[in-house]
Design a binder for this molecule. Structure first.
Ligand SMILES: [Zn+2]
Ligand SMILES: [Zn+2]
Length: 275
């Protein structure tokens, strides 16, 4: 390579560096401008969230808050927490939050309804083998949030709660009506006090898994499995009930009846019925 070529290359390199520097400055400027705009938008959106349209009329920008301490707003809005406390199924704040083994959390009524159709987590699709468990930590936190909602958010949340309660009441009533109709027409149900064979146990289990909460109590009641029958059952009946439900009877109950052992067995039965 001769000198002329080297000069051309150097000149070209220098020229390129100049162009790059200019572009870089432009980019930095853009980023700064854009960053400022984003921060302003975030501030505006945060202020906007705190204003309830019903309470305070048209949305307007609130003055900037001066320090982090002042930013602690006593009014916590639903949107303040974004999707953190939203049920992935109904997209409302959790109601009686229940979690799956995969740690995904939902409203109790939402996940129970879902699991009646499909035994998989609606979020991660993981197979669900155990029933959802009550998530007290989230529920305690929700109660704190509930008490700090703005008036219109409280009204909305109460409406949602009311709708769920009414829907559950309708469902239970429909189920009770169907059960009574079946009884009236002479439909025979399994009796919890008779020893069931494997197929009968399976039939009962399918229905048990299909229903939850009050529907389940009605379903169990059709077989004579009720809170009263458990509380009044003698030791033999308790053993039969446990066998029918597929609960292993502890040996010391069968061989050495002790009152508190049966109390424990009663609690197991009540947990199956009401849990
Ligand atoms: Zn839900
Ligand atoms: Zn999951």
């Amino acid at each position: 390579m001769n000198n002329i070529d080297s000069n051309i290359i150097r000149t070209t390199e220098e020229s390129c560096i100049e162009v790059l520097e200019t572009q870089l400055l432009d980019i930095i400027q853009d980023v700064t401008d854009d960053g400022t705009r984003i921060i302003e938008e975030k501030q505006y959106k945060a202020n906007k969230r705190r204003i309830c349209e019903d309470d305070e009329g048209p949305l307007k920008k609130k003055p900037k808050l001066e320090s982090p301490e002042v930013e602690a707003d006593p009014i916590i809005t639903i949107k303040t927490f974004g999707s953190f406390l939203d049920c992935p199924i109904c997209h409302e704040l959790f109601l009686k939050p229940h979690s799956l083994k995969c740690s995904h959390t939902f409203c109790s009524h939402c996940i129970n309804k879902w699991l009646r159709q499909k035994k998989a987590c609606p979020v991660c699709r993981g197979v669900v083998l155990r029933k959802p468990y009550y998530n007290r930590l989230i529920d305690d936190f929700l109660q704190q949030v509930d008490s700090r909602l703005s008036d219109c958010e409280k009204a909305h949340r109460n409406n949602v709660k009311e709708e769920v309660v009414q829907a559950q009441a309708r469902s239970i009533q429909e189920f009770k009506d169907a059960a009574n109709k079946a009884l009236e027409t002479g439909t025979k149900f399994l009796n919890i006090n008779s020893q069931w064979n494997a197929r009968e146990k399976e039939v009962f289990r399918i229905g048990y898994d299909k229903y939850d909460r009050e529907d389940r109590i009605v379903y169990c009641g059709l077989t004579g499995f009720t809170q009263e029958s458990v509380e009044q059952a003698d030791s033999n009946t308790i053993t039969t009930m446990l066998n029918n439900l597929g609960v292993e009877v502890p040996r010391y109950i069968s061989t050495q009846p002790v009152r508190y052992d049966y109390e424990m067995a009663r609690n197991i039965l009540l947990d199956i019925l009401l849990g």
